[in-house]
Design a protein around this ligand. Sequence first.
Ligand SMILES: CC(C)(COP(=O)(O)OP(=O)(O)OC[C@H]1O[C@@H](n2cnc3c(N)ncnc32)[C@H](O)[C@@H]1OP(=O)(O)O)[C@@H](O)C(=O)NCCC(=O)NCCS
Length: 389
Amino acid sequence: MTDIRVLTDEAQYRAHSTLFRRAMHWGPPTDEQWAVVLPSYEPGRVHAAFDGDEMVGTTQSYAGSMVVPGGAVVPHSAVSRVGVRADYTRRGVLTALMREQLSTLPDPVATLRASEGRIYGRFGYGLAGRVRYLQIDATKAVIPGSPTGRVRMVDPDTADKLLPELHDAFALDRPGQISRWAGWWARARDRKTEAENMVTIVHSGPDGDDGYLCYKVSEVKDFKHKMEIVDFVSSNADAWRDLWIYATRLDLVDTIEVDVALDDPLNWLFEDPRVVHTKEVFDEIWLRLADVPRMLAARTYGTAEPVVLEVQDALLPANSGAYRISPDGAERVDAAADITIPVDLLGAAYFGDTSFSQLAAAKRITGGRFDAADALFASPVAPRCSTFF
Ligand SMILES: CC(C)(COP(=O)(O)OP(=O)(O)OC[C@H]1O[C@@H](n2cnc3c(N)ncnc32)[C@H](O)[C@@H]1OP(=O)(O)O)[C@@H](O)C(=O)NCCC(=O)NCCS
């Protein structure tokens, strides 16, 4: 019999971390690693499954906020450290953890990154946002013109202070972007140690600091280097362009690797758009609408005749029911549905990254008037979550 408990003290948190890491085939945290990880354990948000006194499964979440289409910001749980001890898998331990976590979730929406695509749909998470992984040939990456602002390299202490401020001010700029929590920044600080060799560049324009870039460079062979862009924030097109000028003109770097939104205009920055190679498009945001009425009301909609959605949610039945979506918003109604959709697929469609027509073509949803639903849910901006957790 699996018993789900909320953990409360550091010894339990460390056991939780060890169990999760073991499930991912990593060793237990060293004392040094633990000092970095501990701040990410937020009281009240750490769940574990027990068989008697033995911990056999883990999950947790971090508190923050997330941008929805139209620009509103809603409270958000970033779900992470999901693992079940290998000798207890496929006996319903994760199911019990997910049920408890979702039924007590303090926020109207949760997102996570999935290690495998088949795990989370059954718990109502849908694949809502994808990301493009690029390799740029820095030896041929010519950006015409000169920078308009200034860039400066900052030391780790300055970065510790400045980056959270700049991230809070500028990074919540598109659907799917989330705020960062203290434990996330503790891990980022750790990356600026000598071992990881992280460099931070801050950009300033006419109104002061307005963007930054964090990167690591590693040697591939004899004076040939690869740059990995780890964090990139810019509040305007000039800052974005100037930071890319800096990155592509850095001496001894041949290749730049970066993750960007599907609609990122980077190809158009260079004289030769072929210097940008899309190596992979992969799933990034798995989204769970925990409070469907609130989340449907939070976003804005495009222009089309109203559509009634019949939402099905077996795990959180209060969400099940009919919702009328129109350019003016969303409301619960007692009306016949145009489209019947399970909550995981509503999550997949929420940012507009997946259309209702696509889901209908794949025979995942039933009904009609899919074009109208597509127009209502379409977003002019692709989703992105540049905060990995
Ligand atoms: C993924 C994991 C947490 C699943 O835990 P679990 O306790 O075995 O899951 P459950 O027994 O509750 O499974 C519920 C259902 O999901 C299915 N399922 C679970 N994990 C699955 C997987 N990796 N692939 C396919 N199906 C899976 C089960 O077969 C079961 O289906 P059923 O109800 O039709 O029989 C566990 O296998 C694990 O720790 N894996 C390694 C670490 C990891 O990948 N963690 C996720 C990080 S995002």
